[in-house]
Design a protein around this ligand. Structure first.
Ligand code: SF4
Ligand code: SF4
Length: 226
């Protein structure tokens, strides 16, 4: 799939998820941003979309912000969601994730996201039934977790040939015009620090008890036309 088609598909995937999330009973509200941290991960197609938006905006210091944040320890994935699904299906032991600690997302401004419209799925799916600030952590319904996993798997599959990584690592790569060009030509490799190669979706990580309820969402994803 070429880049324009990937971006068009991504917009539709986001729309389907945002419609689903709008029907949930959540504590999330404007200026609530405890979940906006450097722990967010995303794919290259999402990073490309964010970098293009940043490049066209007024904040010319965004690359500097990313470079500063990259100097701090930050969470890095060892495997992608589709790899995780495949390893679970094959009974392979999963690698332990390192807890590097999280700080606030460098884009957060007065508890608001200046990139809200193009925020990646990893930000969109951070939802909670309770107020994380008061309770100390998010409370996410099991069905919502399954739906989130389905979308993570779908976006990774759609971004075939691309990479997954931490927000800082992906934007650090996408900040460079030549890397965006390489990505647009399908020539970006995932050997940059913190990036791992995307994998195709082979096994859906949807528990049997959620399959019937999830069918309309699956159908909406199948109906995506570009
Ligand atoms: S996930 Fe938690 S911190 Fe984030 S907006 Fe929702 S309630 Fe607030
Ligand atoms: S990109 Fe925006 S929504 Fe995502 S963590 Fe940063 S400030 Fe929050």
């Amino acid at each position: 799939m070429d880049l324009n088609n990937k971006l068009a598909a991504l917009d539709q995937i986001y729309q389907i998820y945002d419609h689903f999330a709008s029907g949930l009973d959540l504590a999330c509200r404007k200026h609530c941003a405890h979940c906006c941290t450097t722990g967010v991960t995303l794919t290259t197609v999402e990073g490309y979309k964010m970098a293009k938006k940043l490049e066209s905006g007024e904040n010319t210091r965004w690359i500097e912000k990313i470079e500063q944040a990259l100097k701090q320890p930050h969470f890095q994935l060892k495997i992608t969601t589709n790899q995780l699904a495949n390893m679970c299906a094959e009974g392979i032991e999963l690698p332990a994730e390192e807890n590097t600690g999280w700080t606030a997302c460098p884009f957060l401004t007065h508890a608001l996201c200046p990139l809200y419209i193009v925020r990646p799925f990893g930000c969109r799916c951070l939802v909670s039934r309770n107020d994380c600030g008061k309770e100390g952590c998010a409370e996410i319904d099991d069905f919502v977790l399954s739906v989130n996993t389905l979308f993570l798997q779908t976006i990774e599959h759609m971004d075939a040939g691309g990479c997954t990584g931490n927000l800082l690592d992906i934007l650090g790569v996408m900040a460079l015009k030549e890397n965006r060009q390489r990505y647009a030509e399908g020539k970006l490799n995932c050997r940059h620090p913190g990036l791992i190669r995307n994998h195709p979706l082979k096994v859906l990580m949807v528990p049997p008890e959620h399959r019937t309820r999830m069918e309309p969402i699956l159908q909406s994803l199948r109906n995506i036309r570009i």
